[in-house]
Design a protein around this ligand. Structure first.
Ligand code: HEM
Length: 222
């Protein structure tokens, strides 16, 4: 049986998840600019540099991530404790719960693991340098340089592509999970919104993946 506090926690997860998805939509659209116009991309990176509104945005974003991850850990721990070693004992669950659903937490961990690498690749070389003055200050707002430099290495293109595929699995299932939590159980509408959510997740991931794919193709074949 699901307790009321557990539903409350899932609701917090869903709301923080929706907030994170809005960030992803903005971030994936912004990244596309690096292909079209490196100068404009740098203008956006400059705007998102070490000023108060960008830092406030980073703090809110970090808070959203922290809440989402803490709640996920708590819920996963509770579910495992409730089900003991016999995790899939509920009749019919094997059929109705998809592969992504069972592995939601693991997929989340993969996404966060790659995110740590991503922070080293960009945030550490950009915002961190601007904030602390440690490192190459001239390149701190040159996002286009860092993106081009990173994706000139084919294996980094592959690493990012794998990351975005994991993110796609995570996002497509979370749409389904969030809708159930928010009480949208009317099957006709649930199916429709699920389809719209899946299309949205696919668009965000296609926008993201187009950047490493573009650099991989131009570096290898052009
Ligand atoms: C092609 C893929 C990606 C590229 C080229 C890219 C590029 C960048 C760059 C250049 C920055 C630094 C911006 C700045 O400090 O001015 C950044 C920050 C960040 N990226 Fe990405 N990114 C990609 C994918 C992702 C994905 C898939 C996620 C999340 C799952 C993500 C999450 C973040 C976060 C949380 C920040 C820090 C934002 C902040 O400081 O407020 N990125 N990214």
């Amino acid at each position: 049986m699901v307790s009321t506090s557990s539903i409350g926690r899932k609701l917090v997860m869903s709301i923080s998840g929706v907030f994170l998805v809005l960030f992803l939509l903005f971030h994936s659209l912004m990244n596309l600019v690096v292909i079209i116009s490196p100068e404009s991309y740098n203008a956006i990176c400059g705007f998102l540099g070490a000023n108060w509104y960008a830092l406030a945005g980073t703090a809110v974003l970090a808070g959203g991530f922290a809440v989402h991850i803490l709640m996920a850990t708590w819920l996963t721990w509770q579910n495992r404790r409730a089900r003991g070693s016999n995790r899939y004992a509920v009749t019919g669950q094997q059929d109705s719960v998809s592969w992504a659903s069972k592995n939601m937490f693991v997929l989340g961990l993969v996404v966060v693991g790659f995110l740590a690498l991503h922070f080293y690749n960009f945030w550490y070389k950009m915002q961190f340098v601007e904030l602390t003055g440690i490192g190459n200050h001239e390149l701190a707002a040159d996002g286009a340089y860092w993106v081009t430099q990173l994706f000139s290495q084919w294996y980094y293109c592959l690493i990012y592509i794998i990351w975005i595929v994991a993110l796609w699995f995570h996002l497509t299932h979370s749409v389904w999970s969030a809708l159930q939590t928010l009480g949208l159980s009317n099957t006709k509408w649930l199916t429709r919104i699920k389809v719209i959510g899946n299309i949205g997740a696919t668009i965000v991931c296609l926008l993201f993946v187009s950047v490493p794919v573009y650099f991989l193709i131009t570096n290898l074949f052009l």
